[in-house]
Design a protein around this ligand. Structure first.
Ligand SMILES: Nc1ncnc2c1ncn2[C@@H]1O[C@H](COP(=O)(O)OP(=O)(O)OP(=O)(O)O)[C@@H](O)[C@H]1O
Ligand SMILES: Nc1ncnc2c1ncn2[C@@H]1O[C@H](COP(=O)(O)OP(=O)(O)OP(=O)(O)O)[C@@H](O)[C@H]1O
Ligand SMILES: [Mg+2]
Ligand SMILES: [Mg+2]
Lengths: 227, 227
């Protein structure tokens, strides 16, 4: 479902040039469960943003379901994101002054899901992350880990074919982390592709495959469980 | 240096009432190194914001160096914060579109530190968190873990008597986390009080004392190393 070929991402020019990705190639088949690890600043989020069609590579090819994203315009990229991908940002990116449940429903509004079904799926998603009692709280009225879980609920409520999660348990204690991982495992067992970034070994241990980045390149790519 | 007596914090009213803190009492002596743990939503950040004079309790007493904060107005609270406390927010709270080094210098601007000395201390702080090569990057041009480390640098550059850190390693890999903890241990060895929130046992293991919260109350308070 994903083919990345010799992708680079460079920021800035001259002496402030940063090679966030210095040549990455990988393929991810439908239904895989991949953990991306690496030191702070090694290029994980940059790679994830490209996989999620939120950013384009500087050079190289990215094919999503056989379609080269380079050929798509902004509207088509947004449509691909909305239909195929559930994205969980490292900084949550919830809409301020908007209730948690409205935040979870928003991607479904764009996807044209009817109101009653939207509300029902949003409620189910909030329950599955343990926040049934926080539906009407705005982000400012939620703890850090609760905001993170709302971001998880928002990504899964559209039933996406692929979930891309950037540090989804960074602010969670081990019980809440295990709940989120149980959720990802259940979604993966249904055939959805899960790619997550983590710096925690306990989280990576539950993936089927671990890719380690270092200074914008793949250091190793290890399969721990069969597809 | 800190005395908290029967502090509560309640949000909302009626059926949306949330008891973030339901009666917390504790004392922290100068030079202690305390880790605060607990499930997501258990009241850790709420307690930390009260300790850092960023928020007032609903009921109960908070004495910082013998001074009851209830009697202070906004300006006096800001002065106490600026002079005595280095605060690291769970969501970093860096000023957007402002370089990392300007962010680190800002508390020293408020404290009236001269320009040359400000710059020198900010440089030292950025080096101590491993970001000497990212001085002029704005938050948007930094990875999540790099933003977190700028927030750490900002909190220590004023040489505060007390450091309050809310999940300072949430976005860091184990090497970068160990660097930040080495830094806190060195500051603590100089006699500075360190209070940090964490959900990672490896981080709590390095503290002298661990306080666990549950549903807004202290579940246990255990000294692991002598003061
Ligand atoms: N402004 C607010 N209005 C209403 N409820 C709030 C507000 N701020 C926090 N809360 C609630 O108070 C409780 C404690 O929040 P707090 O941020 O202290 O938790 P925490 O222990 O830091 O959690 P985390 O580990 O997820 O960061 C949470 O259940 C949260 O929903
Ligand atoms: N807009 C930008 N301009 C300049 N440099 C950038 C920009 N965005 C990211 N970088 C740099 O690219 C590198 C990779 O960033 P990235 O966010 O992918 O790292 P990461 O592996 O996700 O790190 P972390 O674990 O800290 O989140 C970093 O060194 C960062 O400073
Ligand atoms: Mg990142
Ligand atoms: Mg918190």
């Amino acid at each position: 479902v994903i083919v990345v070929h010799q992708v680079t991402k460079t920021y800035g020019m001259g002496d402030t040039e940063v090679h966030a990705l210095a040549g990455v190639s990988l393929a991810i088949q439908r239904g895989d469960f991949v953990a991306i690890m690496g030191a702070s600043g090694s290029g994980k989020s940059t790679l994830m943003n490209i996989l999620g069609c939120l950013d384009l590579p500087s050079t190289g090819r990215y094919l999503l379901d056989g379609v080269d994203v380079q050929g798509l315009d902004e509207t088509q990229l947004a449509e691909v994101r909305n239909r195929k991908i559930g994205f969980i940002f490292q900084s949550f990116n919830l809409i301020p002054r908007t209730s948690a449940i409205a935040n979870v429903e928003l991607p479904m509004v764009y996807a044209g899901v009817k109101k009653a079904e939207r509300r029902e799926r949003a409620l189910l998603a909030m329950e599955s992350v343990g926040l049934a009692k926080r539906l009407n709280h705005t982000p400012a009225e939620l703890s850090g880990g609760q905001q993170q879980r709302v971001a998880v609920a928002r990504a899964i409520a559209t039933n996406p074919a692929m979930i891309l999660a950037d540090e989804p348990t960074g602010n969670l204690d081990s019980a809440a982390s295990a709940d989120v991982l149980d959720l990802f495992e259940a979604l993966n067992a249904e055939g959805r592709t899960v790619v997550l970034i983590t710096h925690e070994n306990e989280v990576a241990d539950r993936a089927k495959r671990v890719i380690r980045l270092r200074d914008g390149r793949i250091l190793e790519d290890v399969r721990n469980q069969p597809l």
